[in-house]
Design a protein around this ligand. Structure first.
Ligand SMILES: *Cc1c(COP(=O)(O)O)cnc(C)c1O
Length: 502
């Protein structure tokens, strides 16, 4: 098979894969170690025909995939894969571009600077974040974790420059108990003390200004130096939104505190202006130092690609510019071109801006808005059914395209939290054992819950209705088989109606 034939075949097979997704199990059925058993223990001595390689991809790799683009994938977070993005990745890999400074690949640097400004506009970010401002700016990082790491390094460097007498071990990084583990990880990597501020169910798991103020005073009185807060718009567990308006009011009195906002999943929803106010864009625009949202999650761009904007690019370059002589260039020295290597951890970077450019042009602002609002509409319907259900209840306010709920039958009102947790673990085990839907669990301040997120482009209303039917069915079976005991033990009879699925 020659290269051209192999190329056409690959495109055909990729198309077939996407068209037949719906007929596949969402979750892979393989056992750990399946691939080592199937493959030879060393690389072939002689090169092999590509047909053999292409067929082995179908035979060994496809069965080991969890299909994140499947219409019944409601787990973790959505990851997009659009054909425009696939083609962009193909073009990007067709010219190997480490892109570490302007002159080694001008297009790679310049397109990134342009699309980051497009996206900043699309989201309604303040102009001080635009690359064209030449003060702030945006860069595509690999992941939200890397974005936080970069922001923390910049914040620490700024703090130490302004407070040269402070010992590193006195620095504190603030998160909340609902911040993604990227906060802890940044602390671990940078050797920083991390303090997770408390949030409550009554506040829908959002950080309040007063909590921050009390912590700051406490730590400063004890001789510590809090220097960064990682706030979240759309927490991983429940889509909670920290009260950035209140936080900004407090932080104004502590101007040395860097505010980074992690909106990895939810931030993309700012493309729809109607969500900007409720999801704290005004506070982001007027106050925060850095903001991150990952288009690889909910923005129709395939993994990877996390957008990070900073108000002052100088804080990144002050912290990260270690340019040795052999990397110096005329344009970099003159400051006429961005050298993204000084805005990130690695030296080189992939040509990721190409997929942003292709997708934004092919879909347009309207296409992206429609995709986001369709996901949210589907979730609103799902949440409505949960609210109306006799079996389930919503654990915290639904957020955009996410609903966190649990089995809490109205016929068993006497169950305590620990009993409901046991019931829900058993319920989740039944859902997780199915291979025709993917849905995940979470824990919110001691309450075990089920977490449903809508985001696959192929998901239809009928898929969401099917999930509802399946969850009801699994709940009924569970209650009938195993949990009649609860009511019985307490001298109450549970009246469970057998469920007829169609
Ligand atoms: C998914 C998610 C992350 C993790 O993102 P990575 O890109 O995998 O580092 C961080 N924070 C939030 C709020 C998320 O939803």
């Amino acid at each position: 098979m020659n290269a051209e034939q192999a190329g056409y075949q690959a495109i055909d097979r990729i198309c077939d894969y996407h068209v037949t997704l719906r007929d596949r199990p969402v979750l892979s059925q393989v056992e750990p170690g399946y691939l080592r058993k199937a493959l030879p223990s060393s690389a072939p001595t002689e090169g092999e025909d590509f047909q053999l390689i292409a067929d082995d991809y179908q035979k060994y790799i496809i069965p080991g995939l969890t299909h994140w683009q499947h219409p019944s994938f409601f787990a973790y977070f959505p990851t997009s894969s659009t054909f425009e993005g696939i083609l962009a990745e193909l073009y990007a890999s067709s010219t190997s571009n480490p892109g570490f400074n302007w002159s080694v690949s001008p297009a790679c640097t310049e397109l990134e600077a342009v699309v980051m400004d497009w996206i900043a506009q699309l989201l309604g970010l303040d102009e001080s974040f635009y690359n064209i401002s030449e003060v702030g700016g945006g860069i595509i990082q690999t992941s939200a974790s890397e974005s936080v790491l970069v922001a923390t390094v910049a914040a620490r460097s700024r703090y130490i420059r302004e407070h040269p007498q402070v010992a590193m071990e006195k620095l504190v990084l603030y998160t909340t108990t609902q911040t993604h583990s990227l906060g802890k990880k940044a602390g671990l990597v940078l050797g920083l003390k991390v303090r997770a501020l408390g949030v409550t169910a009554q506040d829908d798991f959002a950080l309040r200004g007063d909590t921050l103020k009390v912590a700051l005073e406490e730590d400063m009185n004890a001789g510590f130096h809090p220097f960064i807060l990682i706030g979240t718009v759309g927490t991983t567990s429940s889509g909670a939104v920290d009260r950035l308006d209140e936080i900004a009011d407090v932080a104004k009195h502590y101007p040395f505190l860097w505010l980074h906002v992690d909106a990895a999943w939810a931030g993309v929803a700012f493309v729809c202006p109607e969500y900007r106010e409720a999801y704290q864009l005004p506070a982001i625009n007027s106050y925060v130092d850095s903001f991150c949202t990952s288009f690889y999650k909910w923005g129709l761009i395939q993994f990877d690609g996390s957008c990070l904007w900073v108000r002052h690019r100088k804080h990144l370059t002050d912290a990260l510019d270690v340019t040795p002589e052999f990397l110096r260039s005329k344009h970099g020295n003159a400051g006429t071109a961005i050298d993204y290597r000084n805005w990130q951890l690695g030296l080189g970077k992939r040509f990721r801006s190409l997929k942003f450019w292709f997708v934004l042009r092919a879909r347009g602002v309207k296409g992206l808005q429609k995709y986001i609002s369709d996901c949210i509409k589907l979730n609103t319907k799902f949440a409505q059914s949960i609210y109306e259900s006799e079996l389930f209840s919503v654990v915290t306010k639904p957020s955009l395209a996410m609903t966190v709920f649990r089995l809490a039958p109205k016929s068993l009102p006497q169950l305590r939290t620990s009993e409901l947790n046991t019931l829900n673990r058993a319920f989740y085990a039944r859902l997780a054992a199915r291979n025709d839907i993917a849905i995940t669990q979470t824990d919110l301040n001691g309450v075990f819950c089920i977490r449903m997120v809508i985001g696959a482009e192929q998901t239809l209303e009928s898929d969401v209705e099917r999930v509802l039917a399946l969850t009801k069915y699994e709940a009924m079976i569970l209650l009938k088989n195993q949990w009649e005991g609860i009511g019985g033990r307490r001298g109450r009879k549970t009246d469970v109606v057998p469920f007829h699925s169609h």
